[in-house]
Design a protein around this ligand. Structure first.
Ligand code: ZN
Length: 297
């Protein structure tokens, strides 16, 4: 899994992906319950070999962290799903044992040296490595980092009564992956309006997939990138931005945020860094009426 690791440069910042895992053979009818087989067949030709299983009838998703190095800071964006987590409502991520920390190490990342951890949102596959299990206790994996995420996510997921059906796969995440970093005093919350962070970053509200979901812009040296989070799950949503994933909690807002962010990515010619596209997980968006096209880099 080490192998060649594309490094993207945005001004002074270098960006590299560290894979946690690939999820194979995801049926389109599962990920996109609102889409008929005929509709999938219509967009399937827009997908590359890396997006699909060789049979081309099932999807491949990646779960990973983006590592950002600036002249001053080492930053991780989203932290995968974690090891040893109890996820009885989500067999895919239940009691995992993945060599994620070894892969971070191969990428030159010492957990103690991480300055910031950004979570686009607090779903199961984006905040798992916020903590790890040591002697039966969940402790911050990155003890010297500030953990930064939208306050609305904390407010919602900290109350078990506010979990809805689409969020069932993330049951337990707040308790084992979020609360321990809050209790350690390591968290900076982002207000609902988002905004600048560390001069070069911008938290961009893209509510819908989750209640306080935010994408993260990065601008340096006149170049720009967007860590989109789960505004899209696969590249087929470029051609069909009107299709939500099964994990999108607030459907109307998710559609609106997708249109808005894709438009912004196209207009600003930003390097788009996906949370779940496989392959390089990076590319460029172009507008095509109210739809979009995608080109991996
Ligand atoms: Zn996700």
């Amino acid at each position: 899994m080490g192998g060649s690791r594309p490094v993207f440069q945005i001004g002074d910042a270098s960006l590299v992906k560290v894979e946690e895992q690939l999820l194979h053979a995801i049926p389109p009818s599962f990920l996109y319950p609102g889409m008929t087989p005929k509709e999938f067949a219509a967009v399937q030709p827009t997908l590359t070999a890396s997006d699909l299983e060789p049979s081309r009838d099932a999807l491949v998703l990646s779960v990973h962290t983006w590592v950002v190095r600036t002249p001053r800071h080492l930053i991780l964006i989203d932290t995968g799903s974690g090891n040893d987590k109890e996820r009885p409502t989500n067999p895919l991520f239940h009691r995992q044992n993945l060599p994620y920390l070894e892969r971070l190490d191969q990428a030159g990342v010492d957990p103690e040296a991480v300055d910031f951890v950004f979570n686009t949102h607090l779903h199961v596959d984006h905040s798992g490595w916020n903590t790890r299990l040591i002697n039966g206790k969940w402790i911050p994996t990155f003890p010297n980092a500030r953990y930064v995420f939208p306050k609305a996510e904390r407010d919602y997921y900290s109350s078990p009564t506010s979990h809805n059906e689409a969020n069932r796969p993330s049951l337990g995440v707040y308790e084992d992956s979020v609360l321990p970093v809050i209790e350690a005093g390591l968290v900076d919350f982002i207000a609902p309006e988002g905004g600048k962070y560390l001069d070069i970053f911008e938290f961009i509200p893209t509510r819908g997939h989750s209640i306080g979901h935010m994408s993260i812009g990065l601008t340096s040296g006149g170049e720009t990138a967007i860590f989109a989070g789960d505004v899209l799950h696969t590249a087929l949503q470029l051609a069909r931005p009107d299709v939500n994933s099964v994990f999108c909690e607030f459907a109307a807002d998710a559609l609106d945020s997708r249109q808005r962010l894709l438009k912004r990515a196209a207009e600003t010619r930003a390097l788009y860094l996906s949370s779940h596209f496989p392959g390089s997980s990076a590319g460029f968006v172009a507008a095509d009426g109210d739809r979009f096209t995608w080109r991996y880099v």
